[in-house]
Write a protein that binds this ligand. Sequence first.
Ligand code: IVH
Length: 669
Amino acid sequence: MTYAKAKERVARLREEIHQHDELYYRKSAPEISDQEYDHLKKELAELEERFPSLQDEKSPTRQVGDDRAEGFETYRHREPMMSLDNTYSEEELRNFLQRVQKLFPSKTCSFLVEPKLDGVAVSLTYENGRLVRAVTRGNGVEGDDITKNVQTIEEIPHRLAGSGWPEVMEVRGEIFMTFAEFSRINAEREKNGQALYANPRNLAAGTVKLLDAREVSQRDLQIVLYGLGYLSDEVFAEQAEISPKLREWGLPVVDWTRLTENFEDAWAAIQELDELRRTLPFPTDGAVLKLNDRALQRQAGATAKAPRWAIAYKFSAEQAETVVEEIVVQVGRTGAVTPVANLRPVLLAGTTVSRATLHNRDEIERKDVRVGDTVIVEKAGEIIPAVVRVLTDKRPTDSRPYVFPTHCPECGTELVRLPGEVATRCPNLSCPAQVRRRLRHFASRVCLDIEGLGEAVVNQLVDREMVKDLADLYDLQAEELERLEKFARKSSENLVRAIDQSREKELWRLVHGLGIQHVGATAAKDLVRHFGSLDRLANADESELAALHGIGEIMARSIVTYFANEQNRELLARLKARGLKWEEQSSEEDASDRSLLGKTFVITGTLPNYNREEATVLIEQASGKVTSSVSKKTDYLLAGTDAGSKLTKAQKLGITIIAEKDLLQLLNT
Ligand code: IVH
């Protein structure tokens, strides 16, 4: 490779890596697998090594990604939070161990092998045994203060147990979500027509960055601690002492670690972990090897980015080869257009895969994926398999590059791409695909709760152009509905009645139902409590909104943007004209149902009929309170299937455990 070519490639790689960093760290929505990303970084590192004049302090090979987001205070770590070098190769791992051993010829170096959890790094600061702060890694030097969100995690002690802890201590670990919780939340989102999270890691990352701690508390985050930052007194001589000690102090740690003396033992431990991890309830993506002696760790030191005494060995994702039969694009609730490859079905990681996401226009172009191509697909614990690369030597001779549609496949409107956005969007708010999604949300149980207005009915109403927006629902006549499939006189009348009754529902349901980005049920209630009228809410300015408890800057901006839109304003005028509830005095004072007043509930596991958000609404409706963690103050634990640590804790504390049907009974009496 010539210098000029290398220079060009280096610039391109840095740009690409920068974009993927943004998606991974700030948006929690990566578009390529970790392995692909690591591959890009490796290529860049190799070029920088071959052409030293291309090296740059600011290169992503020298810097830690940056996860800082808007809406949080930043905080400077007392000791920087480093990243880890990683490898997928046995050979490189062997070299790492040899390199470290060579630094200390007179010693036998032992290495601790730990699971590498796939979540979000966090640093907890304890001062005099009290939790004072939780901060994300950020750029390694300073991160976001997420204390409020982290305090909703049940397992984290606010005060350390035992004794002997340093006066000031930074403990580092990983916040993650179990596969079960990930599936529960995604199933709920699917029901509500919301976009699905690709994997537990993204969901955990998205959750710690929610601006409303009460929403965080609706999701079951977990944490383990595996390392240390600043310590006011050095109390550890070996890495292997850390976990047992932290456990004594009441901090959650991973039980599985192996102390090994040479490469063969370390490799055997990694194989053991690779088997074990399939049975673990949380996502792991590799093993971390750490030099055990802490004094030697300090001597080994660090590069600008990562310690020289530790390395991550990452497990490769499962891959399979298949053929792209068709490329289609899908339109979501907000109009984002996602290209998807329909594949010749292939068995991958235990399931048959027949579709894979192609993410967006840039990704298709970058990989040059074409119909008829043989491709490698990958599933890295992700629910949505992805196309990794094309096997170009198997490409049919008559193949042509894929041409991304210029117009919406649903409504024919010209697609747009806003500056700085990766997504291509259909800007037409009346696009049937978007209308369908919006109607489903509007009618769902956490919004206007319109019985009989399920997916099949919504699809027919939109496809037959009987409903073009939310307001049209209120003009439907029973006679028209009789034309729908499986609709007789009775069901038509029932639906019209249900729609009619929804006009009287509480105002927060309407506010939630509008589908304003970032506004969930809890925020909708707060907004109604404060403004008491939709008109006042619609005219609020950003600073007034952002000053409200529970509403952050991002939500405030999203609300203002929604109400500034002409089409939305027209819709609101039409809804108002159709007599939907527009004003409401403090819903708490008005709450007629006080049957659960003073009662505190915790919800855990999967309930048969209601999701967690719905059950919360039911309880709050009857003046009850829902919190996230079980304590002596909890009156009832509402438990479904797959209930975990909360159930055990409630049993220990002798708290009344009820099932969904018991709750319904409580509500009826
Ligand atoms: S030690 C200076 N141990 O992986 C040492 N990290 O890719 C830095 N991670 O930023 C971290 N499991 O968020 C360590 N057992 C483990 C880990 C672990 C997961 C994460 C951590 C780190 C990232 C590096």
